[in-house]
Design a protein around this ligand. Structure first.
Ligand SMILES: *Cc1c(COP(=O)(O)O)cnc(C)c1O
Length: 377
């Protein structure tokens, strides 16, 4: 293994973009010159196509994954005085979106194997003020939706899924985003389905939630009325140009997801016998989307440095759980209440994963990790 080996990136947007460049340019130019720059025919068609892909009745596009969560919570009736239970081991958009509704987020710890909400701890955190559970399908691994829906039904809670990393992941045969009251997707460029800029959407089977989402993203406008406002919304629409681009990419999403799964199988083979913990295997009927491929490793920081020396990119999602973020210092949350999130933050490492990764690249990553532990045994 030479240190001047070609770099292996964590993800590779250029290759995918280049493969569709002409179609993307044409679609974008058409949307641009159509003069329908917002909520035009491309948006309408994309919403139909994405709803069909996920298997839900409605898709409502919006400006980002973060705004999708904010809109979905508000549409489900969550607001000031309410509590929303979620995970501290996620991207801050999950919780900042709760705060933007006026509600308060409450953390439950994570399951050490799946990194998703520990449902037993969720149950312990339920109070009279709890109105919703906000599970995140972290890294593309489906949260324990069966137990979450059961708990929600028992306590009359809403369930809003954060699907930002989990396009096409399934749980007991149902695609995520179609299990809870609503699902929230991000089309941030690096996500499994990425726009050329910021974009996102809400999926739901509820006509009522869908109507409220359409209004909330569009200044709270009463549907079909120009200057009548039912709700206090905001400017949270997705650009028509992004809809046109997403329509070029959506037909490839399934194939890209399969390629990610294939790369994961190569990792599983290549890392067999290496003392790291691989991503969990979902139960029969469920599947993951591998937004990232995250292992759990002893001496994680040393391993990461070693990979870097060998020109292999990696990243830690997330090194600082949300209860430790300066933005939440005023909440005075105690790390000892979230021992599993604490431990995971010190041990997880995401290694290269993208649909175009080759078997040769995966094997080089695996051999390098193996060499690290052999050298340091
Ligand atoms: C990306 C992401 C979001 C937010 O999506 P944006 O489009 O960047 O606003 C929310 N939650 C999780 C878990 C994410 O990974």
């Amino acid at each position: 293994m030479s240190t001047d080996a070609k770099p292996i990136p964590l993800f590779n947007l250029k290759e995918q973009h280049d493969s569709l460049k002409d179609q993307i340019n044409d679609a974008a130019a058409e949307a641009l010159n159509s003069m329908h720059w917002l909520l035009g025919p491309q948006t309408e068609k994309f919403e139909e196509e994405f709803a069909k892909t996920i298997g839900v009745k409605h898709c409502i596009t919006c400006s980002s994954g973060a705004s999708a969560i904010q809109i979905a919570l508000k549409a489900a009736g969550i607001g000031p005085g309410d509590e929303v239970i979620t995970t501290p081991f996620t991207f801050i958009a999950t919780t900042s979106s709760v705060s933007l509704t006026g509600a308060k987020f409450v953390f439950a710890d994570i399951d050490p194997r799946t990194y998703n909400l520990d449902v037993t701890d969720v149950e312990r955190k339920i109070t009279k003020k709890t109105k919703a559970i906000l599970p995140v399908h972290l890294y593309g691994y489906p949260a324990n939706m069966d137990a979450i829906m059961h708990l929600a039904n028992e306590h009359n809670l809403r369930v809003i899924e954060d699907c930002a990393q989990a396009h096409l992941a399934t749980c007991d045969g149902v695609m995520v985003g179609g299990i809870g009251d609503a699902g929230c997707f991000s089309f941030y460029p690096s996500k499994n389905l990425g726009a050329c800029g910021d974009a996102g959407c809400i999926t739901t089977n509820s006509d009522e939630i869908a109507d409220r989402c359409r209004s909330l993203r569009h200044s709270g406008r009463a549907l079909g009325k120009a200057y009548e406002y039912d709700l206090e919304g905001s400017t949270l629409r997705m650009d028509e140009i992004q809809a046109a681009i997403l329509r070029v990419k959506l037909p490839h999403l399934e194939e890209w997801t399969e390629k990610r799964r294939k790369a994961a199988a190569w990792y599983e083979e290549g890392l067999s016998g290496v003392p790291v913990i691989l991503p969990p295997t979902p139960p029969a009927g469920s599947s993951q989307s591998y937004y990232v491929y995250t292992i759990r490793a002893e001496r994680r920081d040393e391993l990461q440095a070693y990979l870097k020396e060998h020109n292999i990119a990696s990243a830690v999602y997330y090194p600082v759980p949300l209860y430790k973020q300066p933005a939440y210092a005023h909440l005075k949350l105690k790390a000892e209440n979230y021992p599993q999130a604490e431990k995971a933050a010190k041990e997880v490492l995401s290694i290269p994963m993208f649909p175009e990764i080759t078997q040769e690249q995966v094997m080089r990553v695996c051999d390098t990790i193996r060499a690290f532990y052999e050298k340091n045994a």
